[in-house]
Design a protein around this ligand. Structure first.
Ligand SMILES: Cc1cc2nc3c(=O)[nH]c(=O)nc-3n(C[C@H](O)[C@H](O)[C@H](O)COP(=O)(O)O)c2cc1C
Length: 319
């Protein structure tokens, strides 16, 4: 069954959605639709992702980000998307829902984030501490973020980073999704991570022995703190709970935050370890005053452009 050429364009652009470790945990299946209009089942396989992401938070955020990226891509190409949620689990498979694409109606408004969404990327370089525009601050707050002074987050990011680098489970996940092959279709490459040579060497040591020894872990944590100090703000995205539907919704908001930041000429860089670690997640909740913090990212004006990350081809994702 061939799919319409405009669907192919939209789905290919949707694959640019962000995901932790660039694991791209989404799979699509063509399905018959109502009155002949085709649809796409969206699936997530719990085994094919991060074995040590115990609550699947990052995966469900990524699925939400995928749905939002897809909708904005549809709008760039004169279409709209709808999703019928299912959230049915069979073994390791989660059937997230059915996506449908339809042509836009005459005069139907286009989301202002549709254009900038095509330029969104993660930028891990140093930022220049330019002030964030008030409008951007208001947009982020409206999407459920609390903006915190980077200095307030420094100690807890240092602690989360050191604990993570000493933790075999964190390094195992990283090992699975790190590749020395610059053309690897999924996962992260040294160039994409924007690592200096000594940082890449330390990372290789960690991957070889499964963790970093204490003093090296502390050194490496210093890198995260130095990068944090160049940011103008740290944003904490809150949610009400960690249920699948809530996290998918938070993922959609997260994506809109990142696109709004791109649209304003700024960049962002997630710091998931701060909420991944049970030792620091409650401190993030306290610092931001949110019940359940689900994502933390630094924001600032980047000092250089980010390299484009790789993606799986559509043929490998769609069956
Ligand atoms: C839920 C989520 C968590 C992420 N956590 C981190 C993180 O802790 N550190 C980091 O450098 N990037 C993080 N990322 C960014 C991904 O690595 C990035 O989206 C992926 O490599 C694709 O690159 P792109 O965003 O430039 O398209 C995260 C992304 C998502 C969606």
């Amino acid at each position: 069954m061939r799919i319409p050429v405009e669907h192919e364009t939209i789905l290919r652009e949707a694959l640019r959605a962000p995901s932790a470790h660039n694991a791209q945990p989404w799979r699509l299946r063509r399905c018959a639709g109502v009155r002949g209009a085709g649809g796409y089942e969206l699936h997530y396989d719990h085994l094919d992702y991060l074995p040590h992401d115990p609550d699947d938070r990052d995966a469900y955020l990524a699925i939400g980000g995928f749905l939002e990226t897809l909708d904005l891509a549809a709008q760039r190409h004169g279409h709209r998307s709808t999703v019928e949620p299912r959230f049915e689990r069979t073994g390791s498979d989660l059937f997230v829902g059915v996506i449908r694409l339809r042509p836009a109606l005459p005069g139907e408004p286009v989301d202002p984030l549709a254009g900038p969404a095509a330029r969104r990327c993660t930028n891990r370089c140093r930022y220049d501490r330019s002030e964030l525009p008030d409008l951007l601050r208001r947009e982020l707050v409206a999407m459920g973020c609390v903006l915190v002074d980077p200095a307030r987050m420094a100690r807890l990011v240092a602690r989360a980073s050191e604990l993570s680098w000493r933790d075999r489970r964190f390094v195992t996940d990283l090992d699975r999704w790190m590749s020395g092959d610059p053309a690897a279709p999924a996962g992260m490459t040294p160039a994409g991570l924007q690592l200096a040579r000594y940082e890449w060497l330390a990372l290789r040591v960690a991957l070889r022995i499964g963790r970093l020894p204490g003093p090296v872990a502390r050194l490496f944590a210093g890198r995260d703190v130095r990068l944090l100090a160049t940011a103008r703000a740290v944003s904490v995205l809150g949610a009400t709970d960690l249920s699948t539907a809530t996290l998918v919704d938070a993922g959609r908001r997260l994506l809109r935050c990142w696109v709004a930041i791109t649209a304003a000429g700024f960049a962002c860089h997630p710091i998931s370890i701060a909420v991944d670690r049970p030792e620091t997640a409650p401190l993030v909740a306290d610092a931001a005053g949110v019940p359940v913090p689900v994502a933390v990212f630094r924001i600032g004006r980047p000092t250089r452009p980010a390299p484009e990350s790789n993606r799986r081809p559509l043929a490998d994702v769609l069956s």
